[in-house]
Design a protein around this ligand. Structure first.
Ligand code: MTE
Ligand code: MO
Length: 259
C-alpha cells in the first residue's frame, strides 16, 4: 500500500503540473483554446483541494528578505490605462480617487488613499508568479482586505469578492475586455490579502497598478488585479464579463489559480 504521504505528493505534483506545464501563451495574448481549457479545469479542482488539504485556508505564502527583492520586476499586461478618467486621476496624484466597496454589503464604503493608509495594514516581501513562467520578488504594503470587508459588513448571500479595474485589455463592443477578477470570500480574509498602495517602499507605480492593486499571495499573477476602482461582494460571477470569473478566466485560464 502506498503511504498516504507519497500519495499526497503525487497528487500535488499532478495538480501543480497542470496549470504551468502546458506551455500556455503569454498573459498579453489571447490564444487558449477550448480543449486546453477543459484539461486545465480538471487540474484546477485538484489544486484547490490539495492546497486546502496540505496548507489549510490560513497558511501563509512564503515571505522573503529585503536582499531577495528583484532589481527588475517586470510590469505585465496593462502598464498605463488609457482612459481619460484614469489619466486625470493619475495627473492629480490620485487625490480625487475613491475606492468604492459595495454590492452585497450592509454599509457601502467610499475610501480615499488616506483612508486606506489609515486602515489596518500589512507589509510583506513575496514572490509573484506569472502563468507565463516568470517571477519577481517585491515588498508590498497595503490595507488588509478582510478588515475593510468586515467594516462594510458582508451580507449572508455574499460568496465572492469582485474587483473592477480601470483598464480595458481587449477592445470589445460589449465591454467584456475590461479587466476584472473575482476571488473567494475565504481568500479575501487571508491575512496576506492586501490592497497594496506601496511597492518596495514607494507609492505603487502606474505600471504596477496605481493607486492600488490586489495582492493575493497564494495565487498566480493574473488574479492580482491592478488599477482597482471598485470592489463588490457578489453571490455569483455568472453575469460578469463572459461568466468565468475574470478577464483571463474568460479566455481559458483557471479561476482558483492556486500555487
Ligand atoms: N488591471 C489589470 N490587472 C492585472 C493585469 C492587467 O493587465 N490589468 N495583468 C495581470 C497579470 S497577467 C500579471 S502577471 C500581473 C502583473 O503585475 P505587474 O505589472 O505588477 O508585474 O498583474 C495582473 N493584474
Ligand atoms: Mo501574468
Amino acid at each position: 500500500m502506498t503511504p498516504p504521504d507519497n500519495d499526497r505528493r503525487a497528487w500535488l505534483r499532478a495538480a501543480l503540473a497542470a496549470p504551468l506545464g502546458l506551455g500556455l501563451a503569454a498573459c498579453e495574448r489571447i490564444t487558449a483554446s477550448q480543449p486546453v481549457n477543459r484539461t486545465l479545469d480538471s487540474g484546477e479542482t485538484l489544486t484547490r483541494r490539495v492546497q486546502g488539504m496540505l496548507a489549510g485556508p490560513r497558511a501563509l505564502a512564503r515571505e522573503f528578505t529585503p536582499a531577495d527583492i528583484s532589481k527588475d520586476f517586470k510590469a505585465n499586461g496593462t502598464t498605463a490605462p488609457d482612459s481619460d478618467a484614469y489619466q486625470a486621476l493619475a495627473a492629480g496624484g490620485f487625490a480625487d480617487w475613491k475606492l468604492e466597496i459595495g454590492g452585497l454589503v450592509e454599509r457601502p464604503l467610499s475610501l480615499s488613499l488616506a483612508d486606506l493608509r489609515a486602515a489596518p495594514g500589512r507589509s510583506q516581501i513575496t514572490r509573484h508568479d506569472c502563468v507565463e513562467g516568470w517571477s519577481g520578488i517585491a515588498q508590498w504594503r497595503g490595507a488588509r482586505l478582510g478588515p475593510l470587508l468586515a467594516r462594510a459588513g458582508l451580507k449572508p448571500a455574499a460568496r465572492y469578492i469582485a474587483f473592477f479595474c480601470a483598464d480595458t485589455l481587449e477592445l470589445t463592443l460589449d465591454g467584456s475586455g475590461d479587466y476584472y477578477e473575482t476571488i473567494a470570500i475565504a481568500d479575501a480574509f487571508h491575512p496576506q490579502t492586501i490592497l497594496a498602495y506601496e511597492m518596495n517602499g514607494a507609492p505603487l507605480p502606474v505600471a504596477h497598478g496605481a493607486p492600488i492593486r490586489l495582492r493575493l499571495e497564494r495565487q498566480l499573477g493574473y488574479k492580482m488585479a491592478k488599477y482597482v476602482m471598485r470592489i463588490e461582494a457578489i453571490d455569483s460571477f455568472a453575469k460578469l464579463g463572459r461568466g468565468r470569473g475574470g478577464y483571463w478566466e474568460d479566455r481559458g485560464y483557471q479561476w482558483y489559480a492556486g500555487i
